[in-house]
Design a protein around this ligand. Structure first.
Ligand code: GLN
Length: 294
């Protein structure tokens, strides 16, 4: 089956018919509105008024592909090529995770805590590193909101850093990008210290795969998601050790964590010497953020 005519009204009807069994109405209507906005620059409120207009063949083709992909549970953000995060637009593709709302909470916490303690920094430049930065959403949102920050975004994936570089341009910020592996850094960090170290490393265990949604499992980069079951805290251990050696006095370490490992990572940080370690829940009431200082 194809879309029966080039008329917008038919595209709308087809979109709804084809996807009504796969998505809830609200979600479907929102995704459709995003497609109209992106593909033909018509916003939601104009849509009903312009129902009798016709689309070109190439516009129609975009809808056909989008509907086909949505049926296969491809995330709408990958279809559109963009995602929203902390009030900003980010380019996304298969090489980066789609930014999550719980990560917005992490960014928000860092910004709020910075603002509270701002006087201590005397408005001087501060140094931040985001380890495993992916699309750059954390690094870029921090730079955008903490102007005095000098932000580094490290990732092992050069393809991810290409996306992050485009995102920095898109959002008019300067970020230092560093392709490296935090488990075995090639970069010489000996003289480098930071005020804030932040990371949302891979934290989903391979054994958790069976409970995961197809849209995540089939489309998002496994390199950014998964960690072996026999060493689920390997990134947390390595990054906590790194932080001990590279945080400035009273510098802070922020993690996004797997809800199942909150207490364990908290203990890990405390055993390695972190103070005031706080475990915070996300909007779903799940353990999601850890913060501590040295
Ligand atoms: N929060 C992501 C998810 O649940 C995982 C992100 C990560 O592994 N860092 O899919």
């Amino acid at each position: 089956m194809k879309i029966p005519s080039n008329k917008i009204v038919d595209v709308i009807r087809y979109f709804r018919d084809e996807l009504k069994n796969s998505y809830e109405t609200n979600e479907l209507e929102t995704m459709m509105a995003h497609c109209f906005e992106k593909f033909i620059n018509i916003n939601r409120s104009e849509l009903t008024l312009r129902q009798n207009e016709t689309l070109t063949e190439s516009e129609l083709l975009k809808f056909n592909f989008a509907i086909k992909d949505l049926k296969l549970q491809k995330p709408i953000q990958y279809i559109l090529g963009t995602a929203d995060f902390y009030g900003m637009k980010f380019i996304v593709n298969k090489n980066v995770l789609i930014p999550r709302p719980e990560t917005e909470e992490l960014v928000d916490l860092i910004i709020k805590e910075y603002q509270i303690s701002r006087v201590e920094f005397h408005d001087q430049e501060i140094d931040i590193i985001d380890i495993g930065g992916g699309s750059g959403c954390i690094a870029i949102a921090l730079k955008k909101n903490i102007r005095a920050a000098n932000v580094t975004c490290l990732d092992i994936s050069e393809q991810a850093l290409e996306v992050a570089t485009q995102n920095a341009k898109l959002n008019y910020v300067e970020i230092n990008f560093l392709p490296d592996n935090i488990l075995q850094p090639a970069f010489d960090f000996r003289l480098t210290t930071y005020d804030f170290i932040v990371s949302n490393p891979p934290y989903v265990c391979i054994s958790e795969k069976h409970g995961m949604q197809k849209n995540v499992l089939d489309y998002e980069p496994h390199l950014a998601l998964f960690v072996e079951d026999n060493n689920p805290l390997k990134f947390y251990t390595a990054i906590t050790d790194f932080a001990i050696g590279h945080l400035k006095p009273r510098g802070k370490l922020y993690f996004e964590i797997n809800q199942a490992h909150g207490e364990e990572v908290k203990l890990l940080m405390e055993q390695k010497g972190f103070k005031n370690v706080v475990l915070k829940k996300d909007f779903n009431n799940k353990n999601r953020i850890l913060r501590g200082n040295i």
